[in-house]
Design a protein around this ligand. Structure first.
Ligand SMILES: Cc1cc2nc3c(=O)[nH]c(=O)nc-3n(C[C@H](O)[C@H](O)[C@H](O)COP(=O)(O)OP(=O)(O)OC[C@H]3O[C@@H](n4cnc5c(N)ncnc54)[C@H](O)[C@@H]3O)c2cc1C
Length: 453
């Protein structure tokens, strides 16, 4: 007897209880699936579960499994206003007695995620302190012709490996932990301190030091601004000297903050030499060079590979055509308004697994991926930026796959307004803004006025 997909409830393993994993768990359960979330940490929140101690972590992240997941530093505040952050039916509300700022500190977002988890009763689905060590295909397929998956996991401080079989696996393990490092001549033999921003927490250890910060995107800028207050000198090395007005203003305000081009080499005498021939003798090099995708537990027999931070082939950044829908990924895209996008991914996956909707044929999915890569190449987007979306139209198109609502105009406009403000006023954009009208529009929209179900 051939069973219709919709007759089946799938047993699904979700890896990770960060924003992506939590919303995946909710959507899968709503669709009637049996969900087990495995989370290596002791609580929910993913990146937003701040970890003050980085003891034992390799400073450059040279471990297969990292000891610390979160790369959040103590002073971190959100880069976008809270109003745009929430899942579509669970607004990120201001709560009395908590951090009520529009760009709150990281802990406030962690509280929001805990509230989300508790409101929807997700905690009972989660196995905490449980690290997934291996995920691989089982030889036989199920009655729909889909692969089943073996998942091996281990409880913290326990040596016993637990092996289980699931109908489907949703990978929601995040990608802001594994340091992405440049290749610089002399890097391996440079004897002074080198570390990645993954383990940066507070400025105090750098007091009176000469620090070279490599990379001037979000973390590089934030960390430079707090290090200038304690370090002797901060030297910020940027890929391009065409920096934002906001960063220029900051640099001109501080005598001990200097802008440099890329680093050419590191020398044994402690010199850091820049490509224009200038150099400084540094105590520490801090790499704020971003993060790499990594799924050290995943064995797809070479079907899904990471090539210079392109995870593929993935149809719409979510489904490997040969393994879909039983293997899927939530949270891969970057430069998007994250939470609602993850929610739309989760809904699509849940509905595919229950048979409410279907994917195009394998050929069509592969063709779509090929065309997407070609369009990226034509626009000279480096391969490692494959998953940088920065396109609201794409998010709306994505939503159309399952009839998910488009992003509200106010969300898009508030997002852009914050980016423009940050570009011009890097030091103050989180506390001083000029978007009152948009804010009112947001607060009067159904997102904020609807009852939470
Ligand atoms: C410094 C910094 C600043 C940021 N600022 C912003 C911001 O202002 N706004 C914004 O929207 N986003 C920001 N982000 C991005 C942030 O990562 C996302 O908001 C969000 O946390 C992604 O959610 P996720 O669930 O996909 O991944 P994560 O939050 O990383 O969660 C993944 C979860 O999977 C678990 N996990 C991983 N591997 C395993 C395993 N093998 N077994 C079991 N569990 C596992 C982890 O412990 C973790 O709980 C920032 C990131 C960083 C690093």
């Amino acid at each position: 007897m051939v069973l219709e997909r919709s007759e089946l409830k799938k047993k699904v393993c979700v890896i990770g209880a960060g924003p992506s994993g939590l919303v995946a768990a909710r959507e899968l359960r709503k669709e009637g699936h049996v969900v087990v979330v495995m989370e290596q940490n002791h609580d929910v929140g993913g990146q937003w579960l701040y970890e003050p101690s980085v003891e034992g972590e390799d400073p450059l992240g040279n471990n297969k499994f990292l000891k610390v997941h979160s790369s959040i530093y103590a002073s971190l505040r959100l880069t976008s206003p809270r109003e745009i952050m929430g899942f579509t039916d669970f607004p990120f509300l201001v709560k009395k007695g908590r951090d009520m700022r529009r760009f709150p500190g990281h802990k406030e977002l962690w509280f929001y995620l805990r509230d989300f988890c508790d409101w929807f009763g997700l905690r009972e689905l989660i196995r905490f302190n449980t690290r997934v060590e291996y995920v691989g295909m089982v030889d036989s397929r199920d009655s729909c012709g889909d692969f089943k998956w073996v998942v091996r996991s281990k409880l913290k401080d326990d040596s016993e490996v637990v092996e289980e079989v699931f109908d489907a696996v949703v990978v929601a393990s995040g990608h802001y932990s594994q340091p992405r490092l440049p290749t610089i001549r002399g890097m391996d033999s440079w004897k002074r301190k080198q570390m990645h921003s993954h383990i940066y927490r507070v400025p105090e250890p750098f007091r009176k030091e000469v620090v070279v910060i490599i990379g001037n995107s979000l973390s590089g800028q934030d960390i430079s601004m707090e290090l200038v207050e304690v370090a002797k000198e901060v030297h910020l090395s940027a890929k391009s000297l065409g920096i934002s007005q906001g960063l220029s203003k900051v640099i001109s305000k501080h005598d001990n903050l200097h802008l440099h081009p890329q680093v050419e080499s590191l020398r044994e005498d402690g010199r850091v030499v820049f490509v224009d021939g200038s150099w400084v003798i540094a105590d520490t090099i801090l790499y704020c060079t971003g993060y790499s995708y990594g799924f050290p537990f995943l064995d797809t027999k070479g079907i899904v590979v990471i090539d210079d931070d392109r995870v593929g082939p993935l149809y719409e950044h979510t489904f490997p055509p040969s393994l879909a829908p039983s293997l899927s990924f939530v949270g891969i895209p970057k430069k998007i308004i994250g939470f609602p996008f993850f929610e739309s991914q989760a809904k699509w996956i849940a509905q595919l697994l229950s048979g409410k909707t279907t994917l195009p044929s394998w050929e069509e999915m592969m063709q779509s991926i090929k065309q997407f890569y070609q369009s990226r190449d034509d626009s000279h987007v480096p391969k490692h930026n494959t998953h940088d979306i920065a396109d609201f139209e794409y998010c709306d198109m994505y939503a159309d796959h399952i009839g998910f609502p488009h992003l509200e105009e106010w969300r898009k406009e508030l997002c852009i307004s914050a980016l423009v403000n940050a570009d011009a006023n890097l030091e103050s954009y989180r506390d001083s803004y000029d978007d009152q009208q948009l804010l009112q529009e947001a607060l009067q929209s159904p997102h904020f006025t609807q009852p939470i179900m």
